[in-house]
Design a protein around this ligand. Structure first.
Ligand SMILES: [Fe+2]
Length: 191
């Protein structure tokens, strides 16, 4: 997959700047000036492990999820779709350090959690609706229960995600879009 970092930056900043929510400009400034959001990879080796991969992944999830929201009439606002799609993995900013051949995780940042860290970073600047918070919190699906749930991280329990999905279908659909995007991205990585 060819990544156009400059295009992605302009496109993502344009979408975020459309959102009229208190604190949004502060969040945009933080992303632009204090993080590697537009240069970071999406993972160490699983999908889009290349410069600009994180922003590209967010864009891919946005495209997938926006269409599903329409198709299934989920009732989410345009702002909510933009926020959850483009910011759910903001926790990955600063997480990956370049090595000679690929990337490795910064363990101090890793131990701050995944979705949990995204929510902490975002809510320093903006308020999330209950549904946005649920979508971001549970976007790893059952991986958040079985793969991230060690003592330091402690993302959530299986009963929590079950209750959330019963309340918001968007939680499960978003998690599927996130996984679908990463599978689609992996196909390109292998070529
Ligand atoms: Fe993601």
């Amino acid at each position: 997959m060819e990544i156009d970092k400059e295009f992605n930056k302009g496109y993502i900043l344009m979408l975020l700047s459309r959102i009229k929510r208190e604190g949004m400009q502060g969040l945009i400034n933080f992303i632009e000036k204090e993080t590697d959001y537009f240069d970071a990879p999406a993972s160490t080796r699983y999908h889009l492990s290349c410069p600009g991969g994180l922003a590209q992944h967010h864009r891919n999830v946005y495209d997938f999820f926006k269409d599903r929201c329409k198709e299934f009439n989920l009732g989410l606002s345009k702002d909510s779709i933009i926020i959850v799609s483009l910011l759910h993995d903001i926790c990955k900013c600063g997480l990956y350090q370049k090595t000679n051949y690929s990337y490795k995780c910064d363990n101090i940042i890793k131990n701050q959690g995944h979705a949990k860290r995204s929510i902490e970073l975002l809510t320093k600047y903006i308020k999330l609706t209950a549904e946005e918070e649920a979508i971001i919190k549970y976007h790893m699906g059952t991986f958040g229960v079985f793969d991230y749930n060690d003592i330091e991280i402690g993302e959530y329990k299986i009963i929590d995600i079950h209750k959330s999905i019963k309340r918001y279908a968007s939680v499960q659909i978003f998690a599927a879009c996130d996984m679908g995007s990463s599978k689609f991205e992996k196909c390109f990585d292998n070529k």
